[in-house]
Design a protein around this ligand. Structure first.
Ligand code: SPD
Length: 285
């Protein structure tokens, strides 16, 4: 909602997060959703889809570095990667830093999100031109159907369950994700704020636990999302979230100097959960 130079996102009808607007840079209704880009006082450019904040110049690195480097530093093999959602390109940008990745499928339902982000968020989209990246403008639930035992990592960078991304939070979809992963595969999924949506999160982790032998969660702050404290599921067939692949450590020791959020100490700490989140995600009763 835009009112008197403020953009406000209301979560669960009760909690509001607001940003002071300098200028409305872009507004359109795509086939799928309302797309807006705002220039704000506090967080630079802000991408809003159907009234919900997605990416800001100010803090996008926290979300993208966390979702990519956690599974990439655990995976033993890192050849084929799938990103579902993520049309802003931030996840792909981080993935392209790994030379051993041979192919990155980006499955984004809305081509206009990619085009708008190329104009307003060039730092996020700069990885999309990498020769290893193939963009598929498809519904993620359909795209994944034909893939079996193929991906080393799947990253689900969707919007929230109560909007067009609803199908990406179902048990059927998680079955497809499981089947598309190799025998050591890892899925990372954005799973909302434990301070706001604990009922929805409980259901997500319950569905994942019914399918994956290892289901863990890690936390990072994202200033622009209501609740700020954000959770991610780490659903894995073989390795735990803190089982960092020692062979990749020298590479990350060099690379982490250029990252703004991720380092290997943070990685391990991100899995140390407060009791509230352990309860919500089914670690303790
Ligand atoms: N509440 C919004 C959660 C949005 C998660 N996806 C954002 C896309 C960033 N690449």
């Amino acid at each position: 909602m835009i009112d008197e130079n403020w953009f406000t996102e209301v979560a669960k009808g009760t909690i509001a997060t607001s940003f002071k607007i300098k200028k409305l840079l872009h507004s359109e209704k795509s086939k799928w959703q309302q797309i807006e880009v705002l220039e704000t006082e506090g967080v630079g450019k802000l991408l809003v889809l159907d009234g919900k904040t997605m990416v800001s110049d100010h803090d996008e690195f926290i979300y993208h570095e966390s979702m990519v480097h956690v599974p990439s530093m655990v995976a033993r093999k890192l050849k084929n990667v799938l990103v579902i959602g993520g049309g802003d390109g931030g996840i792909v940008r981080e993935l392209t830093k790994y030379e051993e990745i041979e192919s990155i499928d980006l499955c984004e339902i809305d081509e206009r999100v990619v085009e708008v982000c190329k104009t307003f968020f060039p730092d996020c989209t700069r990885g999309l031109g990498d020769s290893r990246v193939e963009i598929h403008y498809r519904d993620g639930t359909e795209f994944i159907e034909g893939k079996k035992n193929h991906y080393d990592i799947i990253i689900i960078d969707s919007s929230d369950p109560d909007d067009i991304a609803g199908g990406l939070f179902t048990g059927e979809f998680y079955t497809s994700v499981f089947q598309s992963l190799t025998s050591e595969g890892i899925a990372v999924i954005q799973t909302a704020s434990p301070l706001i949506d604990n009922y929805g999160i409980k259901q997500i982790y319950h569905r994942l636990r019914a399918r994956f032998p290892i289901v863990e969660s890690f936390l990072a702050p994202v200033l622009i999302y209501p609740g700020v404290l954000w959770s991610f599921a780490f659903a894995s067939k073989k390795y735990h979230g803190t089982d960092i692949n020692g062979q990749r450590v020298p590479f990350m020791e060099r690379m982490q100097k250029d990252l703004l959020w991720y380092n290997m100490s943070w990685h391990k700490g991100a899995f140390a959960l407060p009791n509230l989140h352990r309860k919500i995600t089914g670690v303790i009763e």
